[in-house]
Design a protein around this ligand. Structure first.
Ligand code: ZN
Length: 325
């Protein structure tokens, strides 16, 4: 394919050498020891002077894989020692980026070592823009493979500097592929509020919820034996009568038992969420949310009083609030 004009500027940079980036510190035993500790490297030739002295090296050497780390800027970006270049070896990437290829991903990193490094050696590296590929389209998108080669040298006072290794670093500078648009999530404000789950209402329990809507707490009463029962059911468990009516509870009771839900935090409920098993003064028990109290302070035997609260504008629920004795 025919290259766009702007690529000429990029191609002109291929082969360019960028100047020295120096190491802050000479190759040293503390850094090597800490690196070995972090990486789980236990070879004593890197950390034990006596062992190293008796080895083929005749003294401590640095782990070869540390090569790149000696010339790193440290905590702050691009903070290189005095004498280092201020040229930007990534200028080709900037030019490509300006043409609409904003994304970057590293694809290759190849370290080569010429020899072991000894303590006290001073390193620097130079960078060469090695290659810029033809435009390619990958699964990630369309762009250019850009290859940089950093050459590492040991500085000599009485001889030419010696190349000790190199790092090839290749990136793909690209325009991300269009993805099929996921159905866009509605903005927060237009999302329907999460509603409170409504109770399942059956023919057996309808009277209870009808009562709640009218502000009455009704208890089912057997017409055969007169016993009260809750939860509601079609048959009296004592005399097996199907006949029943209701009585209106006073709404006073005590906390018979309780649980405070901390997790999972399921919306729309607030957490911690105290839920009580309330024993009504008529003798039946029901489960309901506790309100108007600190969840930490719920106590068994706590006197409570029912109240009827409307949630989501339509659902009325019986809830219980602490009252004084
Ligand atoms: Zn009965």
């Amino acid at each position: 394919m025919v290259e766009p004009d702007w690529m000429k500027e990029v191609r002109a940079l291929v082969g360019k050498e960028y100047g020295h980036v120096h190491a802050w510190d000479p190759v040293n035993a503390p850094m090597a020891r800490q690196w070995c500790e972090m990486m789980g490297v236990t070879n004593p030739v890197y950390t034990d002077p006596e062992f190293a002295a008796a080895s083929v090296h005749g003294g401590l050497v640095a782990p070869p894989a540390m090569l790149q780390s000696w010339c790193e800027p440290g905590l702050h970006m691009n903070n290189y020692p005095p004498g280092s270049t201020d040229e930007n070896p990534y200028e080709a990437l900037k030019l490509i980026e300006a043409q609409g290829f904003p994304a970057v991903v590293a694809v290759n990193s190849e370290l080569e070592f010429a020899r072991y490094l000894r303590m006290g050696e001073r390193l620097y590296y130079t960078t060469r823009l090695d290659a810029v590929g033809e435009q390619k389209t990958t699964a990630l998108g369309t762009g250019y493979f850009v290859t940089l080669v950093m050459s590492y040298f040991a500085q000599k006072d009485d001889a030419p500097d010696e190349k000790v290794g190199q790092l090839l670093f290749r990136v793909f500078k690209f325009r991300p592929a269009e993805r099929p648009k996921a159905e866009e999530a509605p903005p927060e404000a237009t999302k329907p509020a999460i509603r409170r789950p409504a109770p399942g209402i059956s023919d057996d329990t309808r009277f209870f919820w009808d009562g709640v809507r009218e502000g009455k707490l009704l208890i089912q009463r057997c017409s055969g034996c007169g016993r009260l029962r809750h939860p509601p059911g079609p048959v009296c468990p004592h005399c097996h009568s199907f006949e029943w009516d209701t009585v209106q509870a006073s709404g006073r009771g005590t906390v018979y038992s309780f649980v405070v839900m901390h997790y999972p935090e399921v919306p729309p409920f607030e957490h911690p969420n105290p839920i009580g098993l309330i024993e009504l003064e008529e003798g039946t028990r029901l489960v309901a949310q506790l309100v108007g109290l600190n969840p930490e302070e719920v106590r068994i035997g706590q006197p409570v009083q029912v109240e009827f609260n409307c949630v989501d504008g339509e659902l009325v629920l019986p809830q219980f609030r602490p009252v004084a004795h």
